[in-house]
Design a protein around this ligand. Structure first.
Ligand SMILES: Cc1cc2nc3c(=O)[nH]c(=O)nc-3n(C[C@H](O)[C@H](O)[C@H](O)COP(=O)(O)OP(=O)(O)OC[C@H]3O[C@@H](n4cnc5c(N)ncnc54)[C@H](O)[C@@H]3O)c2cc1C
Length: 411
């Protein structure tokens, strides 16, 4: 096994890992990101870029280039129930330069972050590199072992950032166990072609399902939300019911469902998981993003919270690493302390406050979700729902060192 040393190893090149890598490298910290896949191509992995993330791109001086990536913009989240339509969240009212959600393929976002990070000499991304276990000594994490295209690698570092997602192997290797909440639903994802200028309400509720329609320009990205654990039942009901349910939501959709959704192979199941670590760290290790807290897809907040974690981690740990020290337990705990409140607040909203927005069984109709009823009664609240989703509590800022961003950049 080949052994190397660096200041920080980030395991996982998702939104949390790539942002952490970029921000540390901008501060002049030597950092290696290990990503087990050879590219960033992943379908239905969440493509929502919220105002909070757009503002970070502005702070980094990258916003103009970032917004040149293909994307569509959503300013209102509307909910259509049998009781009527409600504009549940209106981003145009939250102020600031980015009053919308940008829908942008996640691989484009990750490619962009990787390209920017590679301009810093201290940054290295190794793809097709899977971290298999932590290197530990006396309860302290000293690095990771990984399989790489060049053979087995032991990478020692002053800190390991586990950003390896909701099934984090690094978290397990450290003996950290998340507390799991009852996830309120599962989701079936699929695409359907879109006619030019076709409009659909963002969220429909009906008998036994909720349909979310995301405008991706040439196609609709559809989320057919079903009761938790109901996938087998849904399959047993037949693909015809899925086609009919979606067909009833908009004119012409039925025919397209027949043509384009030929079998269950055209549909991808997301088993929703909502969990949270009690302690996000061990000496020498910090978990961020989904590795610390898997979110429900409600509100499309997963990516954005992962990015916010990365910003807090880089702002707090960057100066410590740059000063040549290994982050202490207190440093690692500062990151958790900073980020735990927003995560708890969002999970609370996803699991409890929106609970009656999700179908309980395949017969029940979601008629009048409380949250939608409240906003219907007091429409001015849709500014605050948009703020909570798009910006949220404790919105992070890049910090002076990463903002300056001049540490050895090339290109
Ligand atoms: C189907 C689906 C749809 C979703 N929809 C949305 C949405 O619309 N909006 C939204 O905001 N969120 C959505 N999410 C959630 C969102 O994708 C996550 O919250 C977000 O990606 C978390 O970012 P992360 O960087 O923490 O983890 P991830 O994005 O999971 O990234 C982890 C990375 O680590 C890599 N990795 C894992 N193990 C190892 C290892 N051992 N060694 C090296 N690399 C490793 C993985 O390949 C991956 O690239 C969705 C999730 C899924 C699964």
């Amino acid at each position: 096994m080949h052994t190397e040393y660096t200041r920080c190893v980030v395991v996982g090149g998702g939104p949390a890992g790539m942002m952490a890598g970029l921000l540390l490298a901008r501060q002049g910290v030597e950092v290696v990101v290990l990503e087990k896949h050879g590219d960033f191509l992943r379908d239905f992995r969440g493509d929502t870029v919220h105002p909070s993330t757009l503002r970070l791109m502005e702070e980094l001086g990258l916003i103009h280039e970032f917004l040149e990536l293909p994307h569509s913009r959503v300013t209102t989240i509307s909910v259509e129930t049998p009781a009527g339509r409600t504009d549940f969240a209106d981003f145009s009212k939250i102020g600031g330069n980015y009053p919308y959600i940008a829908f942008m393929p996640q691989w484009d976002v990750l490619d962009f972050l990787a390209r920017k990070a590679k301009q810093y000499p201290g940054f290295r991304l190794i793809q097709n590199a899977e971290a298999t276990e932590l290197v530990r000594e006396g309860g302290e994490v000293l690095g990771v072992r990984a399989t790489t295209p060049q053979g087995p690698l032991e990478l020692r570092a002053d800190v390991v950032i586990a950003a390896d997602g909701r099934h984090s192997a690094m978290r397990s290797s450290a003996g950290l166990q998340p507390a799991v909440s009852q996830a309120p639903m599962d989701v079936l994802w699929f695409r359907l072609s879109r006619k030019p200028d076709e409009r659909l309400t963002f969220l429909h509720t009906a008998q036994g399902f909720v349909l979310i329609t995301i405008d991706r320009g040439t196609y609709w990205q559809m989320a057919y939300v079903i009761p938790q654990g109901a996938y087998e039942t849904v399959q047993a009901e037949g693909i015809e019911r899925l086609r009919a349910d979606v067909g009833a939501v908009g004119e012409g959709l039925g025919a397209r469902m027949e043509e384009e959704i030929r079998s269950w192979d055209d549909v991808k199941l997301l088993t929703v998981r909502v969990d949270r670590l009690r302690t996000w760290h061990r000496p020498g290790l910090l978990c961020i993003g989904d590795a610390a807290h898997a979110m429900s897809p409600a509100g499309g907040v997963g990516i954005n919270l992962a990015v916010q974690d990365a910003v807090a981690a880089a702002r707090i740990l960057g100066p410590v690493l740059r000063a040549g020290r290994a982050p202490s337990r207190q440093d690692l705990n500062k990151v958790q302390k900073r980020r735990e409140l927003p995560v708890r607040a969002v999970q609370l909203a996803q699991v409890h406050m929106l609970a009656d927005l999700y179908p309980k069984d395949r017969q029940a109709t979601v008629e009048r979700p409380l949250a939608a009823r409240i906003v219907r009664r007091f429409p001015f609240l849709n500014r605050w729902t948009a703020w909570f989703i798009g910006v949220g509590l404790r919105s992070e800022h890049i910090g002076k060192a990463a903002k300056a961003g001049a540490v050895g950049a090339t290109g």
